[in-house]
Design a protein around this ligand. Structure first.
Ligand code: 4NP
Length: 166
């Protein structure tokens, strides 16, 4: 299995529509990786095709902007077969989408699949709630959990890189 130990990490965040949680995760992760000096490819996608080509939800854009991150240039796309070879980590925002990812994964796909909150070393709910049918405070709550998750993921990827250097 290809992993961050052998290659520059390439991370794909996946939610349902690719307009709320995964673009926020993409933006938050890119900033966290830059802060940590981690060279990493990052992208996001949805398991569904509902919003292909659309920018992130205006509430996701506003929440990211409130936190100093711009995601208004992103466009939704659906995960495809190549993603399981191009990315080292395909990371779901909740368990329903992790199931959807695993159902699509080619037998010889090289990406590791996981939940974003699997990067945390604490117990608890690993799902990041979908804020799409909620309000601004639901987006702020999702952002807060996503930030915790991406910080832990950056630390995990750095550890994997350190293992390679050891
Ligand atoms: P996301 O949120 O998966 O975080 O992008 C959703 C966006 C759109 C829909 C559901 C969830 N939808 O049903 O259109």
């Amino acid at each position: 299995m290809q992993s961050g130990k052998d290659h520059k990490p390439a991370v794909l965040f996946v939610c349902l529509g690719n307009i709320c949680r995964s673009p926020m995760a993409e933006g938050a992760f890119r900033a966290a990786a830059e802060r940590a000096g981690l060279a990493c490819t990052v992208d996001s996608a949805g398991t569904a095709d509902y919003h292909i080509g659309s920018p992130p939800d205006p509430r996701a854009i506003a929440t990211a902007r409130d936190n100093g991150i711009l995601i208004d240039h992103l466009h939704a796309r659906q995960i495809d077969r190549d993603d399981f070879y191009r990315f080292t980590h395909v990371i779901a925002l909740d368990s329903a989408n992790l199931q959807g990812i695993k159902a699509r994964a080619p037998r010889d796909g090289t990406a590791q699949t996981m939940l974003l909150l699997d990067a945390l070393d604490t117990a608890g709910d690993r799902n990041i709630a979908d804020p799409y049918h909620g309000n601004e405070s639901d987006f702020a709550a999702a952002w807060s959990v996503i930030e915790t998750g991406v910080d832990a993921l950056v630390a995990q990827l750095l550890r994997e890189g350190c293992d390679a250097a050891a």
